[in-house]
Design a protein around this ligand. Structure first.
Ligand SMILES: [Zn+2]
Length: 57
């Protein structure tokens, strides 16, 4: 069910629902991270529960 493009999707924390912060990892990848929970995921392999439609404000 993953859309082919990432546009229109927000990455949110499955734990607390905050917007995840995108940052560059040391190995040149990118990751979304929740500083409150200390958890996150790589941008290339987001878990389904971390994706939310952008229209849901
Ligand atoms: Zn969190």
């Amino acid at each position: 069910m993953l859309p082919s493009s990432g546009r229109g999707l927000l990455h949110v924390c499955p734990g607390c629902g905050r917007r995840l912060e995108l940052f560059d990892t040391r190995d040149g990848d990118q990751a979304y991270w929740c500083h409150a929970c200390g958890k996150g995921h790589r941008a290339g392999s987001p878990p389904l529960e971390a994706l939310r439609p952008e229209q849901a404000s």
